[in-house]
Design a protein around this ligand. Sequence first.
Ligand SMILES: *Cc1c(COP(=O)(O)O)cnc(C)c1O
Length: 388
Amino acid sequence: MSGVAPSREGCVTMGPSGRPTFCHIDLGALRWNFRQARKKIAAGVKILSVVKADAYGHGASRIARILEDEGSDAFGVATVEEGAELRQAGIGAPIVVLAGIYAEQLEEVVKNGLVPVICDLEMLRRVDAAAVERGHTLKYHLKVDTGMGRIGLLASEIASWSLSLRAPRALKLEGVLSHFAQAESVSGEYTQRQLKSFLSVLEHLKGDGHDPVVAHMANSAAVITLPQAHFSLVRPGVMLYGIYPAPHMTDDIELKPVLSWKTRILQLKKVPQGSRISYRGTFVTEKESLIATLPVGYADGYNRLFSNRSEVLVHGERAPVVGTVCMDLTMVDVTAIREVRPGDEVVLVGKQGGQAIAVGEMAAWANTIPYEILTSIGARVPRYYEDL
Ligand SMILES: *Cc1c(COP(=O)(O)O)cnc(C)c1O
Protein backbone atom coordinates (compact mmCIF):
# COMPACT_ATOMS: atom_id res chain seq x y z
CA MET A 1 0.00 0.00 0.00
CA SER A 2 1.33 3.43 -0.81
CA GLY A 3 1.22 6.37 1.55
CA VAL A 4 3.30 6.56 4.66
CA ALA A 5 5.39 3.50 5.40
CA PRO A 6 5.45 2.02 8.88
CA SER A 7 8.46 2.97 10.96
CA ARG A 8 10.51 0.31 12.73
CA GLU A 9 7.98 0.19 15.56
CA GLY A 10 5.26 -0.27 12.98
CA CYS A 11 3.86 3.08 13.90
CA VAL A 12 2.34 5.10 11.12
CA THR A 13 1.69 8.80 11.23
CA MET A 14 -1.03 9.01 8.65
CA GLY A 15 -3.11 6.87 6.35
CA PRO A 16 -3.33 7.72 2.65
CA SER A 17 -6.20 10.07 3.42
CA GLY A 18 -4.36 11.67 6.31
CA ARG A 19 -6.71 10.11 8.84
CA PRO A 20 -4.46 8.29 11.28
CA THR A 21 -6.79 5.36 12.04
CA PHE A 22 -5.26 2.16 10.67
CA CYS A 23 -4.49 -1.50 11.28
CA HIS A 24 -0.98 -2.79 11.44
CA ILE A 25 -0.62 -6.37 10.16
CA ASP A 26 2.41 -8.27 11.41
CA LEU A 27 3.21 -10.82 8.70
CA GLY A 28 6.04 -12.25 10.79
CA ALA A 29 3.44 -13.22 13.39
CA LEU A 30 1.29 -14.74 10.64
CA ARG A 31 4.24 -16.87 9.47
CA TRP A 32 4.93 -17.89 13.06
CA ASN A 33 1.31 -18.96 13.64
CA PHE A 34 1.24 -20.98 10.44
CA ARG A 35 4.39 -22.81 11.51
CA GLN A 36 2.83 -23.55 14.92
CA ALA A 37 -0.18 -25.06 13.13
CA ARG A 38 2.17 -27.17 11.02
CA LYS A 39 3.87 -28.45 14.19
CA LYS A 40 0.54 -29.64 15.55
CA ILE A 41 -0.17 -32.01 12.68
CA ALA A 42 1.51 -35.20 11.48
CA ALA A 43 3.81 -35.19 8.46
CA GLY A 44 1.77 -35.55 5.30
CA VAL A 45 -1.32 -33.84 6.67
CA LYS A 46 -2.15 -30.85 4.49
CA ILE A 47 -3.24 -27.38 5.54
CA LEU A 48 -6.13 -25.52 4.00
CA SER A 49 -5.77 -22.00 5.36
CA VAL A 50 -9.12 -20.33 5.87
CA VAL A 51 -9.01 -16.79 4.48
CA LYS A 52 -12.72 -16.06 4.13
CA ALA A 53 -14.14 -12.63 4.94
CA ASP A 54 -11.01 -10.90 3.66
CA ALA A 55 -8.82 -13.18 5.78
CA TYR A 56 -10.79 -12.35 8.93
CA GLY A 57 -10.38 -8.67 8.15
CA HIS A 58 -6.61 -8.83 7.59
CA GLY A 59 -6.68 -8.53 3.79
CA ALA A 60 -7.06 -11.81 1.88
CA SER A 61 -4.67 -11.28 -1.05
CA ARG A 62 -1.71 -10.28 1.05
CA ILE A 63 -2.36 -12.88 3.74
CA ALA A 64 -2.84 -15.71 1.23
CA ARG A 65 0.37 -14.83 -0.61
CA ILE A 66 2.35 -15.04 2.62
CA LEU A 67 0.69 -18.32 3.61
CA GLU A 68 1.28 -19.81 0.17
CA ASP A 69 4.92 -18.84 0.54
CA GLU A 70 4.93 -20.64 3.91
CA GLY A 71 3.60 -23.77 2.21
CA SER A 72 -0.15 -23.60 2.70
CA ASP A 73 -1.49 -26.45 0.57
CA ALA A 74 -4.91 -24.95 -0.11
CA PHE A 75 -7.18 -22.06 0.83
CA GLY A 76 -10.74 -21.83 2.08
CA VAL A 77 -13.05 -18.95 1.22
CA ALA A 78 -16.75 -18.40 1.81
CA THR A 79 -17.80 -17.17 -1.62
CA VAL A 80 -16.94 -17.51 -5.29
CA GLU A 81 -16.02 -13.81 -5.39
CA GLU A 82 -13.51 -14.30 -2.60
CA GLY A 83 -11.99 -17.20 -4.54
CA ALA A 84 -11.74 -15.10 -7.71
CA GLU A 85 -9.98 -12.36 -5.74
CA LEU A 86 -7.32 -14.83 -4.62
CA ARG A 87 -6.74 -15.99 -8.19
CA GLN A 88 -6.34 -12.37 -9.24
CA ALA A 89 -3.75 -12.02 -6.49
CA GLY A 90 -1.81 -14.86 -8.11
CA ILE A 91 -2.67 -17.68 -5.73
CA GLY A 92 -2.11 -20.99 -7.50
CA ALA A 93 -3.04 -23.47 -4.75
CA PRO A 94 -6.46 -25.18 -4.67
CA ILE A 95 -9.23 -22.92 -3.36
CA VAL A 96 -12.30 -24.45 -1.74
CA VAL A 97 -15.51 -22.41 -1.57
CA LEU A 98 -16.74 -23.45 1.86
CA ALA A 99 -20.16 -21.84 2.04
CA GLY A 100 -21.79 -23.35 -1.04
CA ILE A 101 -22.26 -22.12 -4.60
CA TYR A 102 -25.12 -21.37 -6.97
CA ALA A 103 -25.52 -22.98 -10.38
CA GLU A 104 -25.42 -19.47 -11.92
CA GLN A 105 -21.86 -19.11 -10.65
CA LEU A 106 -20.55 -22.16 -12.48
CA GLU A 107 -18.65 -20.20 -15.14
CA GLU A 108 -16.82 -18.18 -12.48
CA VAL A 109 -16.06 -21.35 -10.52
CA VAL A 110 -14.59 -23.07 -13.56
CA LYS A 111 -12.77 -20.01 -14.86
CA ASN A 112 -11.03 -19.55 -11.51
CA GLY A 113 -10.45 -23.24 -10.89
CA LEU A 114 -12.37 -23.20 -7.61
CA VAL A 115 -13.55 -26.31 -5.77
CA PRO A 116 -17.15 -25.91 -4.62
CA VAL A 117 -18.54 -27.35 -1.43
CA ILE A 118 -21.88 -28.95 -2.26
CA CYS A 119 -24.28 -29.19 0.64
CA ASP A 120 -27.36 -30.95 -0.64
CA LEU A 121 -28.65 -33.11 -3.47
CA GLU A 122 -30.54 -30.23 -5.07
CA MET A 123 -27.37 -28.16 -5.34
CA LEU A 124 -25.53 -31.23 -6.63
CA ARG A 125 -28.14 -31.76 -9.34
CA ARG A 126 -28.28 -28.14 -10.43
CA VAL A 127 -24.52 -27.64 -10.58
CA ASP A 128 -24.10 -30.94 -12.40
CA ALA A 129 -26.78 -30.02 -14.93
CA ALA A 130 -25.12 -26.65 -15.55
CA ALA A 131 -21.74 -28.34 -15.97
CA VAL A 132 -23.07 -30.95 -18.39
CA GLU A 133 -24.79 -28.26 -20.42
CA ARG A 134 -21.59 -26.25 -20.75
CA GLY A 135 -19.27 -29.18 -21.21
CA HIS A 136 -17.32 -28.67 -17.98
CA THR A 137 -16.11 -31.28 -15.53
CA LEU A 138 -15.14 -30.36 -12.00
CA LYS A 139 -14.29 -31.73 -8.60
CA TYR A 140 -16.37 -30.98 -5.54
CA HIS A 141 -16.32 -31.52 -1.79
CA LEU A 142 -19.44 -32.79 -0.06
CA LYS A 143 -20.55 -31.17 3.19
CA VAL A 144 -22.00 -33.45 5.82
CA ASP A 145 -23.86 -32.13 8.86
CA THR A 146 -22.72 -34.15 11.88
CA GLY A 147 -24.29 -31.83 14.42
CA MET A 148 -23.51 -28.26 13.44
CA GLY A 149 -27.08 -27.83 12.21
CA ARG A 150 -26.02 -25.59 9.35
CA ILE A 151 -25.25 -26.55 5.75
CA GLY A 152 -24.68 -30.16 4.71
CA LEU A 153 -26.49 -33.43 4.24
CA LEU A 154 -27.57 -34.98 7.53
CA ALA A 155 -25.12 -37.66 8.56
CA SER A 156 -27.94 -39.54 10.28
CA GLU A 157 -29.78 -39.88 6.95
CA ILE A 158 -26.85 -41.11 4.90
CA ALA A 159 -28.68 -44.26 3.82
CA SER A 160 -31.16 -42.05 1.99
CA TRP A 161 -28.63 -39.98 0.03
CA SER A 162 -25.38 -41.89 -0.37
CA LEU A 163 -26.37 -43.70 -3.57
CA SER A 164 -27.56 -40.44 -5.15
CA LEU A 165 -23.93 -39.31 -5.20
CA ARG A 166 -23.49 -41.63 -8.16
CA ALA A 167 -25.86 -39.61 -10.32
CA PRO A 168 -23.70 -36.61 -11.36
CA ARG A 169 -22.14 -36.89 -14.81
CA ALA A 170 -19.83 -33.88 -14.73
CA LEU A 171 -18.99 -33.63 -11.03
CA LYS A 172 -16.44 -35.76 -9.24
CA LEU A 173 -16.43 -36.25 -5.48
CA GLU A 174 -12.97 -35.24 -4.30
CA GLY A 175 -13.52 -34.55 -0.63
CA VAL A 176 -15.92 -34.97 2.27
CA LEU A 177 -16.05 -32.48 5.10
CA SER A 178 -17.91 -31.61 8.25
CA HIS A 179 -17.67 -28.82 10.80
CA PHE A 180 -17.55 -28.75 14.60
CA ALA A 181 -20.16 -26.81 16.54
CA GLN A 182 -18.27 -26.40 19.81
CA ALA A 183 -14.80 -25.15 19.12
CA GLU A 184 -14.29 -24.02 22.71
CA SER A 185 -14.74 -27.52 24.14
CA VAL A 186 -13.43 -29.50 21.26
CA SER A 187 -12.53 -32.54 23.33
CA GLY A 188 -15.96 -32.59 24.96
CA GLU A 189 -18.73 -35.10 24.53
CA TYR A 190 -20.64 -33.37 21.74
CA THR A 191 -17.48 -32.99 19.69
CA GLN A 192 -16.64 -36.67 20.15
CA ARG A 193 -20.12 -37.56 18.95
CA GLN A 194 -19.66 -35.42 15.84
CA LEU A 195 -16.32 -37.06 15.14
CA LYS A 196 -17.80 -40.55 15.49
CA SER A 197 -20.63 -39.59 13.19
CA PHE A 198 -18.16 -38.32 10.58
CA LEU A 199 -16.15 -41.54 10.79
CA SER A 200 -19.24 -43.61 10.18
CA VAL A 201 -20.16 -41.40 7.21
CA LEU A 202 -16.74 -42.08 5.68
CA GLU A 203 -17.20 -45.80 6.32
CA HIS A 204 -20.65 -45.81 4.74
CA LEU A 205 -19.47 -43.89 1.66
CA LYS A 206 -16.68 -46.38 1.16
CA GLY A 207 -19.18 -49.23 1.44
CA ASP A 208 -21.25 -47.62 -1.31
CA GLY A 209 -18.23 -47.44 -3.58
CA HIS A 210 -17.41 -43.74 -3.19
CA ASP A 211 -13.76 -42.92 -3.04
CA PRO A 212 -13.08 -39.33 -1.94
CA VAL A 213 -9.39 -38.55 -1.74
CA VAL A 214 -9.67 -36.18 1.24
CA ALA A 215 -11.70 -35.96 4.42
CA HIS A 216 -11.49 -32.83 6.56
CA MET A 217 -13.10 -31.59 9.73
CA ALA A 218 -10.56 -29.77 11.91
CA ASN A 219 -10.98 -26.04 12.57
CA SER A 220 -8.35 -24.23 14.66
CA ALA A 221 -9.58 -25.67 17.94
CA ALA A 222 -9.35 -29.21 16.59
CA VAL A 223 -5.95 -28.55 15.02
CA ILE A 224 -4.71 -27.59 18.48
CA THR A 225 -6.43 -30.16 20.68
CA LEU A 226 -7.95 -33.01 18.68
CA PRO A 227 -5.45 -34.98 16.56
CA GLN A 228 -8.03 -37.70 15.81
CA ALA A 229 -9.87 -35.11 13.74
CA HIS A 230 -6.92 -34.15 11.55
CA PHE A 231 -7.46 -36.78 8.81
CA SER A 232 -5.50 -35.84 5.68
CA LEU A 233 -6.30 -32.11 5.71
CA VAL A 234 -6.99 -29.48 8.37
CA ARG A 235 -8.77 -26.13 8.07
CA PRO A 236 -7.31 -23.62 10.53
CA GLY A 237 -8.67 -20.10 10.45
CA VAL A 238 -8.62 -17.93 13.54
CA MET A 239 -5.39 -19.38 14.95
CA LEU A 240 -3.46 -18.16 11.91
CA TYR A 241 -4.34 -14.63 12.97
CA GLY A 242 -2.99 -15.28 16.45
CA ILE A 243 -6.31 -15.72 18.21
CA TYR A 244 -6.82 -18.64 20.60
CA PRO A 245 -10.07 -20.52 19.84
CA ALA A 246 -10.55 -20.81 23.61
CA PRO A 247 -8.67 -19.14 26.48
CA HIS A 248 -7.47 -22.43 28.01
CA MET A 249 -5.56 -23.28 24.81
CA THR A 250 -2.77 -20.86 25.71
CA ASP A 251 -1.09 -23.86 27.35
CA ASP A 252 -1.19 -25.92 24.15
CA ILE A 253 0.31 -23.55 21.62
CA GLU A 254 2.02 -20.18 21.40
CA LEU A 255 0.25 -17.84 18.99
CA LYS A 256 1.14 -14.25 18.20
CA PRO A 257 -1.51 -11.63 17.43
CA VAL A 258 -1.23 -10.45 13.84
CA LEU A 259 -3.40 -7.35 13.92
CA SER A 260 -3.16 -4.21 15.94
CA TRP A 261 -5.45 -1.23 15.53
CA LYS A 262 -4.28 2.28 16.22
CA THR A 263 -5.24 5.89 15.91
CA ARG A 264 -4.17 9.33 17.17
CA ILE A 265 -5.88 11.94 19.27
CA LEU A 266 -7.82 14.33 17.04
CA GLN A 267 -8.76 16.88 19.69
CA LEU A 268 -8.04 17.31 23.36
CA LYS A 269 -10.38 19.38 25.46
CA LYS A 270 -10.62 20.38 29.10
CA VAL A 271 -14.31 20.38 30.10
CA PRO A 272 -15.93 21.48 33.39
CA GLN A 273 -17.57 19.24 35.95
CA GLY A 274 -21.08 18.20 34.91
CA SER A 275 -20.36 18.14 31.14
CA ARG A 276 -22.38 15.71 29.09
CA ILE A 277 -20.25 13.70 26.66
CA SER A 278 -21.66 12.50 23.30
CA TYR A 279 -25.21 11.66 22.16
CA ARG A 280 -27.90 11.61 24.84
CA GLY A 281 -25.41 12.42 27.60
CA THR A 282 -24.90 8.86 28.81
CA PHE A 283 -21.70 10.06 30.49
CA VAL A 284 -21.43 13.18 32.64
CA THR A 285 -18.08 14.33 34.02
CA GLU A 286 -17.86 14.17 37.82
CA LYS A 287 -15.06 16.73 37.91
CA GLU A 288 -13.14 18.93 35.52
CA SER A 289 -11.90 16.42 32.92
CA LEU A 290 -9.58 16.09 29.98
CA ILE A 291 -11.48 14.47 27.12
CA ALA A 292 -9.71 13.20 24.00
CA THR A 293 -11.69 12.71 20.81
CA LEU A 294 -10.48 9.88 18.56
CA PRO A 295 -11.06 9.67 14.80
CA VAL A 296 -12.68 6.22 14.94
CA GLY A 297 -16.29 5.16 15.27
CA TYR A 298 -18.75 2.39 14.69
CA ALA A 299 -18.53 2.93 10.92
CA ASP A 300 -14.94 1.76 11.27
CA GLY A 301 -16.06 -1.29 13.24
CA TYR A 302 -15.47 0.27 16.64
CA ASN A 303 -18.63 -1.24 18.04
CA ARG A 304 -21.28 1.04 19.52
CA LEU A 305 -21.61 -1.44 22.37
CA PHE A 306 -18.19 -0.19 23.50
CA SER A 307 -19.89 3.00 24.69
CA ASN A 308 -18.94 3.61 28.36
CA ARG A 309 -17.38 0.12 28.42
CA SER A 310 -14.16 -0.22 26.50
CA GLU A 311 -10.66 1.07 27.15
CA VAL A 312 -7.84 2.27 24.94
CA LEU A 313 -4.12 2.70 25.57
CA VAL A 314 -2.59 6.17 25.79
CA HIS A 315 1.04 6.60 26.90
CA GLY A 316 0.98 2.92 27.90
CA GLU A 317 -1.94 3.44 30.27
CA ARG A 318 -5.58 2.49 30.04
CA ALA A 319 -8.12 5.22 29.39
CA PRO A 320 -11.89 4.60 29.42
CA VAL A 321 -14.19 5.32 26.51
CA VAL A 322 -16.81 7.76 27.78
CA GLY A 323 -20.22 8.44 26.30
CA THR A 324 -21.64 6.72 23.25
CA VAL A 325 -19.40 5.75 20.38
CA CYS A 326 -20.38 7.81 17.32
CA MET A 327 -20.24 6.85 13.66
CA ASP A 328 -16.85 8.45 13.08
CA LEU A 329 -15.65 9.66 16.49
CA THR A 330 -15.15 8.30 19.99
CA MET A 331 -14.31 10.09 23.25
CA VAL A 332 -11.96 8.88 25.97
CA ASP A 333 -11.23 10.30 29.39
CA VAL A 334 -7.50 10.97 29.72
CA THR A 335 -7.69 13.12 32.86
CA ALA A 336 -5.57 10.64 34.79
CA ILE A 337 -2.80 10.42 32.21
CA ARG A 338 0.06 12.90 32.28
CA GLU A 339 1.10 15.21 29.46
CA VAL A 340 -1.29 13.98 26.80
CA ARG A 341 -1.22 15.98 23.58
CA PRO A 342 -3.26 16.10 20.38
CA GLY A 343 -1.73 13.69 17.86
CA ASP A 344 -0.56 11.24 20.52
CA GLU A 345 -0.84 7.60 19.53
CA VAL A 346 -3.82 5.65 20.85
CA VAL A 347 -3.94 1.85 20.71
CA LEU A 348 -7.37 0.28 20.33
CA VAL A 349 -6.02 -3.26 19.94
CA GLY A 350 -2.43 -4.25 20.53
CA LYS A 351 0.45 -3.24 22.76
CA GLN A 352 1.69 0.05 24.06
CA GLY A 353 4.24 0.39 26.83
CA GLY A 354 3.68 -2.51 29.18
CA GLN A 355 -0.03 -2.70 28.46
CA ALA A 356 -1.95 -4.72 25.87
CA ILE A 357 -5.53 -4.95 24.70
CA ALA A 358 -6.28 -8.27 23.02
CA VAL A 359 -9.01 -8.82 20.44
CA GLY A 360 -10.55 -11.22 22.96
CA GLU A 361 -10.82 -8.50 25.59
CA MET A 362 -12.41 -6.18 23.07
CA ALA A 363 -14.87 -8.91 22.07
CA ALA A 364 -15.98 -9.30 25.68
CA TRP A 365 -16.83 -5.57 25.86
CA ALA A 366 -19.32 -6.05 23.03
CA ASN A 367 -20.51 -9.43 24.25
CA THR A 368 -19.22 -11.08 21.10
CA ILE A 369 -16.32 -13.20 19.83
CA PRO A 370 -12.95 -12.19 18.33
CA TYR A 371 -14.07 -13.35 14.88
CA GLU A 372 -16.77 -10.68 14.76
CA ILE A 373 -14.46 -7.94 16.00
CA LEU A 374 -11.88 -8.73 13.32
CA THR A 375 -14.33 -9.07 10.45
CA SER A 376 -16.11 -5.84 11.44
CA ILE A 377 -13.11 -3.55 11.03
CA GLY A 378 -14.25 -1.38 8.17
CA ALA A 379 -12.97 -0.89 4.65
CA ARG A 380 -12.07 2.72 5.41
CA VAL A 381 -9.45 1.59 7.92
CA PRO A 382 -6.27 1.06 5.89
CA ARG A 383 -4.20 -2.05 6.61
CA TYR A 384 -0.42 -1.63 6.68
CA TYR A 385 1.73 -4.71 6.32
CA GLU A 386 5.05 -5.35 7.91
CA ASP A 387 7.07 -8.46 7.11
CA LEU A 388 9.99 -8.82 9.46
C1 LIG B 1 -14.50 -20.58 9.21
C2 LIG B 1 -14.34 -22.03 8.99
C3 LIG B 1 -13.21 -22.73 9.46
C4 LIG B 1 -12.15 -22.08 10.32
O1 LIG B 1 -12.60 -22.03 11.64
P1 LIG B 1 -11.66 -21.39 12.80
O2 LIG B 1 -12.44 -21.58 14.04
O3 LIG B 1 -11.48 -19.96 12.43
O4 LIG B 1 -10.39 -22.14 12.76
C5 LIG B 1 -13.08 -24.06 9.12
N1 LIG B 1 -14.03 -24.67 8.38
C6 LIG B 1 -15.14 -24.05 7.92
C7 LIG B 1 -16.13 -24.80 7.12
C8 LIG B 1 -15.33 -22.71 8.22
O5 LIG B 1 -16.43 -22.10 7.78
